[in-house]
Design a protein around this ligand. Structure first.
Ligand SMILES: Nc1ncnc2c1ncn2[C@@H]1O[C@H](COP(=O)(O)OP(=O)(O)OP(=O)(O)O)[C@@H](O)[C@H]1O
Ligand SMILES: [Mg+2]
Length: 91
């Protein structure tokens, strides 16, 4: 059992997973069924001091350029088309 804010964490996971799905969908474009190898990995472990839980979420989608990486936490920053992304998820 861990102490946390479940409602807020739920929002965090939803946003990260939605981003992963979008990144995978984008990486699928132009590929046929046999070329598609979508993966989302969720890994949990205890921190060294054993007082925290670490959660890693990884996808093998399009990835991010260094330029995009610098802006991902900016309010309203998105690379997605109008109606698809609002740029609020990570902010
Ligand atoms: N898993 C990912 N793979 C590749 N790029 C990502 C990933 N997660 C985020 N990004 C990049 O970071 C940008 C900001 O992400 P963020 O979740 O804040 O906004 P969004 O997904 O565009 O819109 P929304 O507000 O609907 O979540 C995305 O537009 C995308 O360019
Ligand atoms: Mg998002």
């Amino acid at each position: 059992m861990i102490e946390c804010f479940p409602g807020q964490l739920n929002q965090v996971f939803m946003n990260l997973l939605a981003n992963a799905i979008d990144a995978l969908e984008e990486s699928n474009s132009g590929r046929n069924f046999h070329e598609i190898n979508n993966k989302i990995e969720i890994q949990t472990c205890l921190s060294e001091d054993k007082y925290h839980v670490l959660i890693h979420i990884q996808d093998n989608g399009i990835g991010m350029s260094d330029k995009v990486k610098q802006k991902i936490f900016d309010h309203l920053f998105t690379t997605k088309s109008v109606g698809k992304g609002t740029g609020l998820g990570l902010a």
